[in-house]
Design a binder for this molecule. Sequence first.
Ligand SMILES: [Zn+2]
Length: 231
Amino acid sequence: MAHENARKLYGKPKGPYRQKSVKKRIEAIFLDNLGKVLTREQIIEAATDPDSGRQPENWHQRLSELRTDDGYTILSWRNRADLKVQEYLMPHKRKRRGTGKRVRPTDATWMAVLKRARCACEWNEGGMVCGLKDGENDPVGGGRVKLTPDHKNPHSLNPDADPKDPEQWQALCGRHQVTKKNYWDTTTGKLNAYAIVQFATEPEKREVFRFLLSYFGYTILEDGSITRCET
Ligand SMILES: [Zn+2]
């Protein structure tokens, strides 16, 4: 695979991290270890409240926000074949532009959405509504269902989403929030191919890789090297 020869360097936390929030402490340990691999344990330790010693349950959510809201690049095994599960790497400190604090509906809007949704997930796939209720067990994904607001049009397309318009929002369970990220826009149903490949398993990625090689006129030789097809 692409990065097999690059030597993997593991990071060293420079803590204690005394930043005010879980997210800020996670950001700090990554910025201290640019280009180096951090493990789940190191991140949790940095994220732990320096005064109470309490470990945050939601550290992974905060790490996701550094990607989605702050625009940082944080790689995982989904992005790089040489990273193991529960290893993370921030290659550089550049932030993508066009990201910002995610817009949220007002409390009143969210109440109106939940009332319309009857406190059940509104995900609709070809006429089949998910319908899992808040607090139920998710028979597919496991865990307890927690409904959260989803902006129907992606934030990037409409940065001025009206936090007061219930029509712009829907209630989704956690599993369908993730599914939604694989779509560019549920109203057009246009797929986000990059996200789908990113979340695919390694055998699936390999299949896509071979497809793309052949699509662009390359072939893999028996020794694993890649060459342009002679046709
Ligand atoms: Zn659902």
